[in-house]
Design a protein around this ligand. Structure first.
Ligand code: SAM
Length: 303
């Protein structure tokens, strides 16, 4: 590809270089701000998945300009330093990184948490969407620790099949959740941004960095308040009817003899049909056990 062909094809790529932004993504955050006034009154912000750093550049210019702003940026990859931006190199899905971010805030809540994170795309859409959703949930988890009530959370989202579930999860924590597609985000991409405003966790919600499904030592009884949902357990059917775990004699209670009844509808084309046919003809390959194999027997003879 010639040096200018990408400049020709992608106007935002070209403009980013001309305007001194490290990546074309800067325009996405700027355009989101045009619509939602994200930076109004913001003095503390967290940029999750920040490298190479164009969103951090925007944040430091927009909120750090007066010297009172405070920006923390996190990424797996190392990032060239930026004035006014404190950097952490780490994985946002890891407890240790989340704790480091929280430590930097020393109890002072952030007004804004943004996440433009994207996993390495595999090309398997379901896997990519799942990974993107997990990044977003990891970002949300961190946000629940550092955001002030009323604060704002903006995160990249893939508008895939299960996006509605994510919206519902976000809506538990924010009074307003919108899906926004900035002009600079390619139409051909399922990428969009969840703009969540008015952080308002459920009453009694205690932020928790544990990942219950991954941490096998997790004690689910620790869950309390709105994080613990107990669904009613109901049994049904007459308790004096047959017990499904018991064996019963074939002869019926009225003394009549048992007669076999064929299944109402046998399977039409079961996967084992071919195996049954081959077995009947004695042509089904038998499993070769190591003790039946002369070579392995020689191998195991004592020297
Ligand atoms: N917003 C950035 C900018 O404007 O320069 C661009 C972000 S880039 C699209 C996505 C970033 O997400 C990559 O730098 C990648 O290293 C980071 N990332 C992906 N998974 C991550 C994770 N688990 N923890 C931290 N960073 C992650």
């Amino acid at each position: 590809m010639g040096r200018t062909s990408k400049d020709k094809r992608d106007v935002y790529y070209r403009l980013a270089k001309e305007n001194g932004w490290r990546a074309r993504s800067a325009f996405k955050l700027l355009q989101l701000d045009e619509e939602f006034h994200l930076f109004q009154g913001v003095t503390r912000a967290v940029d999750l998945c920040a490298a190479p750093g164009s969103w951090s550049q925007v944040l430091s210019q927009k909120i750090g300009g007066q010297g009172s702003g405070h920006v923390v940026a996190v990424d797996l990859q190392a990032m060239a330093p930026l004035p006014g931006v404190l950097q952490i190199q780490g994985d946002i899905t890891q407890l240790s990184t989340a704790k480091e971010i929280i430590q930097h805030f020393e109890g002072c809540p952030a007004d804004l948490v943004v996440c433009d994170g994207a996993p390495d795309v595999t090309g398997l859409h379901d896997v990519d969407e799942y990974m993107q959703a997990q990044l977003l949930l990891a970002a949300l988890n961190i946000a629940t620790h550092v955001l002030k009530p009323g604060g704002c959370f903006v995160a990249k989202i893939f508008r895939g099949r299960d996006v509605t579930l994510l919206y519902s999860q976000l809506r538990v924590f924010f009074s307003s959740v919108l899906c926004a597609k900035p002009r600079s985000s390619r139409n051909s991409s399922i990428e969009a941004f969840a703009v969540c405003q008015g952080y308002d966790p459920p009453e009694g919600f205690m932020p928790d960095l544990m990942k219950p499904l991954l941490d096998h030592s997790y004690d689910f009884n620790q869950l309390d308040g709105p994080t613990r949902i107990i669904v009613p357990f109901v049994t049904c059917g007459d308790l004096s009817s047959y017990d499904s775990d018991r064996s019963y004699p074939l002869d019926l209670e009225d003394g009549s003899e048992y007669k076999y009844t064929p299944p109402t509808q046998p399977p039409i084309s079961p996967p084992y049909q071919e195996a049954c046919r081959l077995k009947k003809k004695g042509r089904l390959a038998k499993e070769i056990r190591p003790q039946d194999c002369p070579i392995s027997r020689v191998d195991t003879l004592p020297q």
